[in-house]
Every structure is written in structure tokens, then in C-alpha cells.
Design a protein around this ligand. Structure first.
Ligand SMILES: NC(=O)C1=CN([C@@H]2O[C@H](COP(=O)(O)OP(=O)(O)OC[C@H]3O[C@@H](n4cnc5c(N)ncnc54)[C@H](O)[C@@H]3O)[C@@H](O)[C@H]2O)[C@@H](O)CC1
Ligand SMILES: [K+]
Length: 513
């Protein structure tokens, strides 16, 4: 799925109207029907109580009027509050004319704000994607009135006052919704932590928008849903052997952090790697061999940390970082790895690398190493680690700009971890992941991701971008499968390892017939 700017969304609506020869009120009717269908499925007449629909002067307000009409037809008790303006859109006027007179309508003024009892279901249809500037005047008063009323708020398309694709000035008035029911494609604003309190839980409803326009639209924002990664993992051929799926090397662990190495190794093995070798500090030899008997183990001469880089010839991908520690010896190993991983005659694209955790911190401290990264190196920072590689971000939108610039400049794949993990590519595309849940905000989740990505980068048939997008999606899906079993609070990283196999199984290609 792609994500469009507010301007492109307007063009998409128009393209749909033109292509399907629709009167524009018909598309609005679809939007209102889709919203109401969602609402009916969520709240009965009794549960909803008396519903207040707040309508602005544009097409978002027009949606609100059409929704009020449909709720009334569905025997829900509904009243409408209108935000007055000098001008109303044509479709707003159409729906205003057709609103049954049995629906009470009040025009809002500073002196006459609607009564909102705690718990009232309020449908926010004040402003949508047509917002061009922050709210002012009466709209600000109304948003504040709504906030202190402790209502249940459901936003139509987008919470009013929130820009779809850009930050608003600090302190701008924005409706805080518990749910946002949006049409067609997700909005960029929904995916950023700074907007979470406004958007609440968001839902997408299909209103039959032009697929031709969507397929042809130029955007670098993408949303990785199930369709994007379906059948991405090649099926294992009958006559395959362990060499077919690559030999991966993992450099991980130090005193007190052997768990990171074990989790990454377990995840790598469960993600289909042919062979896994792990270089670990020698103190971890026993525990590693016992816990991961399927992996081979190279104990480092040092007891507490890794100090040597093994011969890289046998390996198709190398993962470094989980639990590594940041001392001088680890830095020397990391530098050596980067030097040896560069493109050569036998490896024209360089050795695939996954750089995580302490290896990222070492990279942040030694940015002079950045030009050494082979093309398509995978970096998996969380926001703080990413800032150590670049600069502090002003806000989530600025962070995306920094992310995009970084991936393009260094020709690497950056996985910025978070609720909607964002994968930035050397082409400057940003792919937001749709799977995962807050249960995964627990120690070791990142180590598991490194292991998954290591296995998929070692796979000969998976191109770099496809491997990483698939790995990120599967990792989140493993989290969703695990949470269904343990609940979010009870989820630990080891559960992700147990569920990564089933997650990948759902994403495996079915043989053509
Ligand atoms: N265009 C279409 O065909 C469809 C539009 N739909 C709805 O229409 C919405 C977009 O409608 P509009 O483009 O009419 O815009 P909005 O309803 O979002 O905004 C109304 C108008 O208010 C003005 N405005 C912008 N910022 C303002 C501010 N801060 N204070 C006061 N006025 C301001 C603008 O002139 C804008 O056109 C979508 O979010 C969606 O809810 C849906 O009905 C689907 C079909
Ligand atoms: K709205």
C-alpha cells in the first residue's frame, strides 16, 4: 500500500469521481456509509447513547452530515453541531439540504457551545485532509471544550486540526480521538508517535478509490501490509541441502549479555538459515553450545568479549552487535569486518552485513567508518541509536528526513525500530511496517530481529530490500502471534523466536501449478 500527501489525496478523490463518472456527492455517500458501517459494528444504539456529530464547513463536514443522516436512519439518537463559516462546500450543502428535520441541528457560537456529558459519543467531522493552516478562533474553543468534556471521540478521516503529512506548530489545537476511521489509504500522520494521542486507534475503510491513480502515483511513502510481502519467501525446493540457504556468521555477546547472542542465534536458526556460526566470548561457550546445538560456535580467545574476526570466506552474511560491548577490542573487530566486507572480485556487491546495537554505537562514535559500509548494509537502530549516527531530530517528521538522507547517502537499508518500524532504502523510499504490538517493547526483541534479518540476508534468492522488508514484517507478525498466546505484558523475546517460523510460513511462496 502507498501513502499519499494531502494534495495527492485530493487528486485521488477527483480521479475517482472522473474515472467512475460519479456525482461527487456519491463518493461522499460511500465515505459516510463506510464510516457508519464501522460505527454500527462497534456500538449498538444503547451503547452509543445520544451521539453528537460536529461538522465543519468543507467536505469533512459534509461527511459528518451524511453520517448523521445514516445514523438517524439506523435509529441512533443523533444531533448535529455546525461550525459556522462564510462558505460551505457544494457537497456539504447537498447533505445539509437532505438532513431529515427530525435531527436536531445547532449552530455553534462562542456563547453557545454544545453540551457534552462525559462519555458522549462525539463524531469529529470538523476538518479533514483539506486543512491548510492551524485551527483558529471558534474551532480552537470547540476543540478545548471537547477535550475537557471527556467524551468518546471518533474522528472522520483524520482528527481535526491534524495535518495529514506535515507537523503542525507546537501547541496547535487538535482533536484527541480514541478512534479515527479513515478512507482508502493510511495517512502519514497516523504512523508517527507524536500524533498517537490525537489519532488513537485508526481504521481504514475501502471506498473504491481509483486503483489506476494509486498505482501511478509518485510517492516515497509505503505501508507494508500483508499483500506487500505475501509469498515473498521462496519455497524450499525438494532437492535443497543446507548449503542452499546460506551460511551466516554472528558476532555477538559479552559478559552479562550472552542472552543477546542466544536470542539472535535462535532467531536466525528459526528463520531458515542453512548454517549458522557464532563467534562469542569464551565464557559463553558452554551455554551457547547447550542452548543452540544447531549452531556452530567459535569461542574467542578472550573470555569476556570478542577480540578476533574469523576468516570471512565461508559466509554469505554477517550480523554484528547484539550484546557486543563497546571496548577497543570490539571496535578493532568491527573495523576489520568493514574493511574485509568491501566489494571484491568474488563479492562484487560486498558482504551482506547486519549492524545492530553496540556495533551501531561504535559506528556512531566513529562516523569516519560510514563510507566503508558495503552497499545494502542493514542497520537496525532505535531512534536514540539513529540520532547517534546523525543528529538529534526536531520531531518525528524531521527524523524521517534524516533517515531518508542517511539511507541515500550511505546506500544502506536502515530499519528505524518503533511502533511502525520504518525501513529506509538507498532509493530514498520509506516503508512503514504494519505488524507488531507494544508487547514487543521488551529486552531482546531487537536481538531477535537481527537474527531474522541475518538469515534472510544469507538467503541466495532474496534480494536485499525484499529480505529486509520481509524480515521486519515477519518479526512483527511473530510478536502478534506470540501476544495472542501470552498477552502483551507476558511476552518475552524468546516467544518471538518460537513464533518466527510460523510467521514466515504464512509468507512463503506457494509453488505455481
Ligand atoms: N473530495 C472528495 O471527493 C471526498 C472527500 N471526503 C472528505 O473530505 C475531506 C476533505 O474535504 P475538504 O477538502 O473540503 O476539506 P476539509 O473539510 O478538510 O476542510 C474544509 C475547508 O476549510 C478550509 N480550511 C482549511 N484549514 C482551515 C482552518 N484552519 N480553519 C478554517 N478553515 C480552514 C479550507 O478551505 C478547506 O477546504 C476528507 O478528509 C474527507 O473527510 C470524503 O467525503 C470522500 C470524498
Ligand atoms: K475530522
Amino acid at each position: 500500500m502507498i501513502i499519499l500527501s494531502a494534495a495527492q489525496t485530493r487528486e485521488l478523490d477527483q480521479a475517482t469521481i472522473d474515472e467512475q463518472h460519479l456525482p461527487s456527492a456519491a463518493l461522499m455517500e460511500r465515505a459516510a456509509t463506510a464510516f457508519t458501517r464501522w460505527f454500527f459494528g462497534r456500538l449498538t444504539q444503547e451503547e452509543a447513547g445520544e451521539i453528537l456529530v460536529l461538522c465543519g464547513p468543507g467536505n469533512n463536514g459534509g461527511d459528518g452530515l451524511a453520517i448523521a443522516h445514516l445514523l438517524h436512519q439506523g435509529n441512533y439518537a443523533v444531533r448535529v453541531g455546525l461550525l459556522p463559516a462564510g462558505k460551505y462546500s457544494a457537497d456539504w450543502q447537498h447533505n445539509r439540504r437532505h438532513l431529515p428535520t427530525a435531527v436536531p441541528v445547532v449552530e455553534i457560537t462562542e456563547g453557545q457551545l454544545p453540551d457534552i456529558l462525559p462519555g458522549t459519543a462525539v463524531i469529529d467531522a470538523l476538518f479533514g485532509t483539506g486543512l491548510t493552516r492551524p485551527l483558529t478562533g471558534l474551532a480552537v474553543t470547540l476543540v478545548a471544550h471537547l477535550a475537557q468534556a471527556k467524551a468518546r471521540v471518533i474522528a472522520v478521516d483524520i482528527p481535526s486540526g491534524l495535518f495529514a503529512d506535515a507537523p503542525q506548530p507546537l501547541g496547535s489545537a487538535v482533536v484527541r480521538a480514541q478512534h479515527t476511521v479513515s478512507f482508502g489509504l493510511p495517512k502519514l500522520a497516523f504512523l508517527l508517535p507524536q500524533n498517537a494521542d490525537f489519532v488513537g486507534e485508526w481504521h481504514l475503510e475501502d471506498i473504491g478509490l481509483s486503483t489506476r491513480f494509486i498505482e501511478g502515483a509518485a510517492t516515497y511513502w509505503h505501508y507494508t501490509d500483508a499483500a506487500a510481502v505475501a509469498q515473498t519467501l521462496p519455497a524450499r525446493p525438494k532437492f535443497s541441502h543446507k548449503g542452499t540457504f546460506g551460511h551466516a556468521l554472528l558476532l555477538a555477546g559479552s559478559r552479562g549479555k550472552m542472552g543477546a547472542a542466544l536470542l539472535a542465534a535462535g532467531a536466525c536458526l528459526r528463520s531458515g538459515v542453512g548454517l549458522l556460526t557464532a563467534q562469542i566470548p569464551s565464557l559463553g561457550y558452554g551455554i551457547f553450545q547447550i542452548s543452540q546445538p544447531e549452531a556452530m560456535c567459535l569461542p574467542d580467545p578472550q573470555t569476556d568479549f570478542i577480540s578476533e574476526l574469523p576468516d570471512l570466506k565461508p559466509y554469505q552474511a554477517v550480523g554484528i552487535g547484539p550484546g557486543l560491548s563497546q571496548n577497543a577490542a570490539s571496535l578493532a573487530v568491527f573495523q576489520q569486518l568493514l574493511k574485509e566486507a568491501v566489494a571484491s572480485k568474488t563479492r562484487p556487491k560486498g558482504l551482506p552485513l547486519i549492524i545492530d546495537a553496540d556495533a551501531l554505537n561504535l559506528l556512531g562514535q566513529h562516523r569516519e567508518l560510514l563510507p566503508l559500509l558495503p552497499e545494502n548494509t542493514v542497520l537496525t537502530p532505535h531512534p536514540k541509536e539513529f540520532e547517534r549516527l546523525t543528529e538529534p531530530a526536531r520531531d518525528d517528521y524531521h527524523r524521517l528526513e534524516l533517515l531518508r538522507d542517511f539511507a541515500r547517502t550511505h546506500r544502506c537499508l536502515v530499519v528505524l525500530k518503533g511502533a511502525y518500524t520504518c525501513l529506509a532504502t538507498p532509493t530514498g523510499d520509506l516503508h512503514f511496517n504494519s505488524t507488531g504490538n507494544p508487547g514487543m517493547a521488551t529486552g531482546g526483541s531487537g536481538d531477535v530481529l537481527t537474527g531474522v534479518l541475518l538469515a534472510l540476508r544469507a538467503h541466495a534468492q532474496l534480494p536485499a530490500f525484499e529480505a529486509v522488508r520481509l524480515g521486519v514484517y515477519a518479526h512483527g507478525l511473530a510478536g502478534d502471534l506470540a501476544a495472542a498466546e501470552t498477552g502483551q505484558a507476558g511476552l518475552v523475546a524468546g516467544d518471538l523466536v518460537r513464533h518466527i517460523g510460523p510467521a514466515l510460513a504464512t509468507l512463503t511462496a506457494r509453488p505455481a501449478f
